[in-house]
Design a protein around this ligand. Structure first.
Ligand code: PMP
Ligand code: GLU
Length: 388
């Protein structure tokens, strides 16, 4: 048997693999502290669960339109207007089986051989693989800690060629919690408009944002930029619905039409009753998000105070959003896989190596876990790192 070239080229997801290994160790009774999880640790709210149960009991269990039920698309359209100052009619929205699905599909319809896609480093592990699967070339835009891991037009110009068609932007970002400010986005938008670059804006962590910082959608900056943007979002992180597989994108009609055709012939609609459940999620008010962001911020602050106590042995940049901290391990003189493997074997603490995010001298810790586990995990890390 011979696999296709593209199947051979794609690598497994480090985030999903390591999380699965840590979970297995916990099930086996091992005292593992897991900082790997890329999902909120709180339960899906009852109102959402109840709506799904009711939908099943009402028999809402058949195919729906591929792009989602009209009432959910209307609700997303209203949300985009209220939260993001974006005017997308329901017809410009496609509901999918997760933000990952929307990102994959939009890259499939926009990328072909020879197309270059700008990806700021560090990046979420799936972006380069998705670009590869679409036949394109991922071009990694290096950033520095000095620039807070942020891209700007000057750096982007260095990587721009005649083949550049797309920029993937992720704010708040996974893995380093970077949040772009309005003026920084305006500068990036100018670059996109100047070169006619499509911006795929992954806003999945928009509600997990700290220190009162405002989330700005790049598409809201001008009509021209909106035409060039594909806004991607979903229910996984905001509502702790990772397992429900529900996301969406909003874009210009041409892109939406192509993605809809692709979904028609691949997944069809996202799960019918999960869509009804997602509709009920919009009844949760701003206090719901404030509460969650506050909890994550408290955890971030504890982690930072623990790292500060370690006298610079592990470096970091303070995350402003999402629920990850990206730690510089260069002083340990280990590569990120060795660091993660040894820490798991020697102290039963699981975290994700930085290499799959494009930075081999970093590791990613998720703080989607309890304060108790954070402190216990850091007791172990502190003691282990001090002995290295
Ligand atoms: N984008 C980023 C940056 C992520 O970290 C994730 C992780 N799940 C996703 C997209 C995909 O989310 P979903 O569960 O909606 O597919
Ligand atoms: N996005 C999460 C993470 O980065 C979940 C796992 C995944 O989909 O990659 O850990």
């Amino acid at each position: 048997m011979s696999l296709s070239k593209r199947a051979k080229e794609v690598s497994p997801s480090a985030t999903l693999q390591i999380t699965a290994t840590a979970n297995r160790m916990v099930r086996e009774g091992k005292d593992v502290i897991a900082f790997g999880a890329g999902e909120p640790d709180f339960d899906t709210p009852d109102v959402i669960k109840g709506a799904a149960i009711k939908a099943i009991q009402d028999g809402f269990t058949k195919y729906t339109p591929t792009s989602g039920i009209p009432e959910l698309k209307e609700a997303i359209s209203k949300k985009l207007k209220k939260d993001n100052r974006l005017d997308y009619p329901a017809s410009s929205i496609i509901v999918s089986c997760g933000a990952k699905h929307s990102l994959y599909n939009v890259l499939q319809v926009l990328v072909e051989k020879g197309v270059e896609v700008l990806i700021p480093v560090p990046f979420w592990v799936s972006y380069p693989e998705m670009v590869k699967l679409a036949g394109g070339k991922a071009v990694f835009v290096r950033t520095s800690v000095k620039d807070d891991f942020k891209i700007n037009p000057k750096t982007l110009e260095k990587y721009f060629t005649k083949k550049t068609k797309i920029l993937i932007l992720n704010s708040p970002s996974n893995p380093c919690g970077v949040v772009y400010r309005r003026d920084e986005l305006e500068a990036i938008a100018d670059f996109c408009v100047k070169h006619n670059i499509i911006c795929i804006s992954d806003e999945i962590y928009e509600k997990i944002i700290f220190d009162g910082i405002e989330h700005v959608s790049i598409a809201s900056l001008s009509d021209r930029m909106k035409k060039l943007t594909v806004t991607v979002n979903g229910f996984s992180k905001s509502y702790s619905m990772t397992g429900w597989r529900l996301g969406y994108l909003a874009a210009e009609p041409e892109i939406v039409g192509a993605v809809s055709n692709l979904q028609d012939h691949s997944t069809s609609n996202p799960v019918s009753f999960a869509q009804k459940a997602a509709l009920s999620a919009f009844t949760l008010g701003d206090d719901f998000f404030k509460n969650i962001a506050k909890k994550f911020q408290e955890r971030r602050d504890v982690i930072i105070s623990r790292l500060d106590k370690m006298k610079g042995r592990l470096g970091y940049k303070k995350p402003e959003g999402a629920f990850y901290i990206f730690c510089d391990i260069s002083k340990t003189r280990m590569d990120s896989f060795t660091f993660a493997k040894r820490l798991l074997e020697e102290r039963q603490v699981a975290l994700i190596p930085g290499a799959p995010f494009g930075c081999d001298d970093y590791v990613r810790l998720s703080f989607a876990t309890s304060m108790e586990k954070i402190n216990k995990g850091f007791d172990r890390i502190e003691e282990w790192v001090a002995k290295l």
